[in-house]
Design a binder for this molecule. Sequence first.
Ligand SMILES: Cc1cc2nc3c(=O)[nH]c(=O)nc-3n(C[C@H](O)[C@H](O)[C@H](O)COP(=O)(O)OP(=O)(O)OC[C@H]3O[C@@H](n4cnc5c(N)ncnc54)[C@H](O)[C@@H]3O)c2cc1C
Length: 437
Amino acid sequence: MRIIYWFKRDLRLEDNVGFSEACQQARQLIPIFIFDQNLLAELGGTASRIGFLVDCLQRLNSQLQEKGSRLYCFYGQPDKIFPKLLAELKPEAIFTNQSYSWSGEETQAKVESLSRKYRADFRSFNDSLLVKPEKVEPRKVFRAFFKLWQKALESEDVSKKPGPSWINTPTLNWPSLEETLKLVSYQANHHWSSDYAEKRLRKYDFGKYDSLRNRLDLDGTSRLSVALRFGLVSVRQVLARAKEQLRAEDQFIKELAWREFWYHLKYHFPWTRDLEFQEKRCGLKWLNREEDIQAVEEARTGYPVIDAAIRQLKKEGWMHNRARLIVASFLTKDLLIDWRVGERLFKKYLLDYDEVVNVGNWQWSASVGADSRPFRMFNPVLQAQKFDPQCRYLKKYLPELKKASCRKIHSLELPQYYRPIVDHRAASVRVRQVYFS
Ligand SMILES: Cc1cc2nc3c(=O)[nH]c(=O)nc-3n(C[C@H](O)[C@H](O)[C@H](O)COP(=O)(O)OP(=O)(O)OC[C@H]3O[C@@H](n4cnc5c(N)ncnc54)[C@H](O)[C@@H]3O)c2cc1C
């Protein structure tokens, strides 16, 4: 059988469900990747996420070359490109891993219907989630979901799928990765390298996760979100490594389940892409003051923990989870900025940006999403004191505060620094009036 294999967010050969299946069934296998023009345009074309993607693709291409194959690469809209590929090559099938995000599903549906028109079989596989969203009965709170998810996971095949030993790929007059890269503008990403994932997975001490995960100043979390986002390692391998040290109900496993919870909600409540999960919280009176939005994005809110977190985001394309929670609470509650604005801010800079996970978390943080607590708000000063007691995180990203004492930083006695753009205590009163009136 001649098969086109369409790589999307699964940029690896090892333990890749769809690719492994394609390798087993194909007489001829043609691996392709498409830079989706529309998605790139949304990002402004220079985001360092694209730089990282390029790094991942170069790595994938050399892995394919080691197996006698190569990556053909296109730039444009998948539904415009596929008709040409299908007409020219007449493959018996297109294989790919299932997209579960809103935008990914839309694109995939168009390609699926095209393949029917050209009489090619279209087969998609679940690779990115441990349990498919539809396998768990709808649940609106995480705790109830987690129980059902754990049960469903017991009957899932999470074994490692074999990688290819050799791939038979024909030489075609189709563009190579290098040729297509000439059409793509991107910024090289100097902070993350595509080969970090396997090393991190091997070396990370999952046993320390529970006690260190909230500390901003320590390298306590796995940092595997970027690897999972681009499919540099499989989620099954992450689970397997974690289980060597942890029990099924330990916090790290819960975090993997949180990732799937958002996909579960998206599947059962698909309108939540733009609309609040909690109907009663639709149409809140956001202030959306342009000067506040700018102060956040330019990291000059006068709250060191917010400014440090934004600098981390812009410098590294990643932000610690505790910092994401503090920033999202500050933006939506202290400043009354619409969670959709925050969602877009993270979209612009996060390397691990995942539409479904980001929307879910922003809604949760804004207390408009799937949270059993009616309202929560963090005090940015207390959070910094608790999770960065010696100000190491703050001083790392705000070197201008290097000489200030930690006590002064934590009590905001910083005449040389930006004045706080909002008074947290007054903001706590104001936000409750908006949410509960
Ligand atoms: C406002 C906000 C926006 C977020 N946006 C994203 C996003 O776009 N993409 C993204 O991958 N994560 C997002 N998160 C979740 C979380 O912050 C990151 O997954 C985590 O910080 C990544 O670091 P890590 O790999 O060290 O995570 P760890 O703490 O080591 O967790 C292990 C893995 O579990 C998953 N995970 C952990 N926490 C969550 C969570 N709250 N929701 C879903 N999955 C989780 C991730 O895949 C992560 O890699 C967001 C959180 C908040 C509060």
